[in-house]
Design a protein around this ligand. Structure first.
Ligand SMILES: [Mn+2]
Length: 339
């Protein structure tokens, strides 16, 4: 069941078919969906003989650098002049996977001056931008999935070959955590189409998810055995890590990604947190299940905010004081924390 698009299909088609140079822009610290949706779309536009580049504010991580069409990516931070030329000369600009131009930071001014026809495709709430066409649907797993439905609406899905399909699949499987959240019937219809295009699902999963360093695995083991505290009466468990511990395991950025989810897989646990000591402050991630609103906790105690089941914050106090604040706040949420 295709999405109910209301944009002027003929106008968009004409703009695309008449375009000579396209620039696809995605957000800072690009994730699998940002890169996957952008490269999948770049592959399709290139087949239409449109000179297409993907512009990212800063470099994407190594586990996303193998995706087909990676050579079309230009990193603004490193090649600012080329990036400016790209935006200036493009007659077609896409914004993918971000809701607001503030997510592209330094590129914003150049983008605002551009006369190109602009198409904005995103699945985050309340997307807005000075674009000609805004496709903002939140009931879609990922921007990659939305890009598929967009191309299908324009009858351009025939240009989704194995490489384009591989890129789009990366976006879907990363944004859904391997189909654990937000994957709906439309998501699986999209995946069925991509599988038909000949993608190697197992190899993609392996390249995206099985790429941790030995040190990172040992850090995780250390945290789970020695640094996790479990408070059964409040169905809460949390992890804390100091600077010294990070250094001992040769920490590199991204190593603690996902650690906060482990306590939540203990039977009955509804609230989990991780406290990571940075040079200047303690970074905090909070996760929960059900009605336990962790964004409220973060707003009230940890200078942050976020979604009901996933939020972030920080503390400028010592680790011990911060953990005590956390232990002591739980009593205020005893009803939400009951199973
Ligand atoms: Mn996304």
């Amino acid at each position: 069941m295709a999405l109910d698009f209301s944009f002027n299909k003929e106008e968009v088609k004409q703009k695309i078919f008449n375009a000579k140079r396209a620039c696809i822009i995605t957000h800072k610290n690009p994730d699998g969906d940002a890169i996957g949706s952008s490269l999948g779309l770049a592959g399709v536009l290139s087949q239409l003989n449109i000179d297409t580049k993907v512009l990212v504010p800063n470099k994407h991580p190594e586990f996303l650098q193998w995706i087909p069409f990676n050579e079309k990516i230009l990193v603004w931070e490193k090649e600012t002049e080329s990036g400016k030329n790209l935006i200036q000369n493009a007659d077609l600009i896409f914004f993918l996977d971000f809701s607001n131009l503030s997510r592209i930071e330094e590129l914003e001014q150049d983008v605002l001056q551009s006369k190109a026809y602009k198409i904005h495709i995103d699945h985050h709430p309340n997307a807005e931008s000075p674009s000609d066409i805004l496709l903002n649907y939140t009931n879609v797993s990922s921007t990659a999935e939305l890009t598929y439905w967009f191309l299908r609406e324009l009858e351009l899905d025939k240009h989704i070959k194995t490489d384009e399909a591989t890129a789009l699949y990366v976006g879907i499987c990363t944004d859904t955590g391997s189909f654990n959240h937000n994957a709906r019937n439309n998501t699986f219809l999209t995946v069925a189409f991509l599988l038909d295009r000949g993608i190697n699902k197992n190899e993609i999963h392996s390249r995206v998810f099985d790429n941790f360093s030995f040190d990172r695995m040992r850090l995780l083991g250390y945290c789970l055995e020695n640094k996790m505290e479990y408070i059964p009466e409040y169905n809460t468990a949390f992890i804390s890590i100091t600077k010294e511990e990070l250094a001992r395991f040769n920490f590199v950025l991204g190593d603690t990604e996902g650690f906060v989810n482990y306590p939540l897989s203990i039977k009955g646990v509804r609230f989990s947190a991780i406290f990571i000591e940075n040079p200047d402050l303690i970074k905090i991630s909070l996760r929960s299940k059900g009605s336990m609103a962790v964004n409220k906790v973060s707003e009230k105690y940890f200078n942050g905010g976020g979604h009901i089941n996933a939020a972030g914050g920080n503390s400028t106090k010592s680790m011990e004081e911060t953990l005590n604040t956390f232990r002591n706040l739980l009593v205020n949420y005893k009803d939400e924390l009951q199973n």
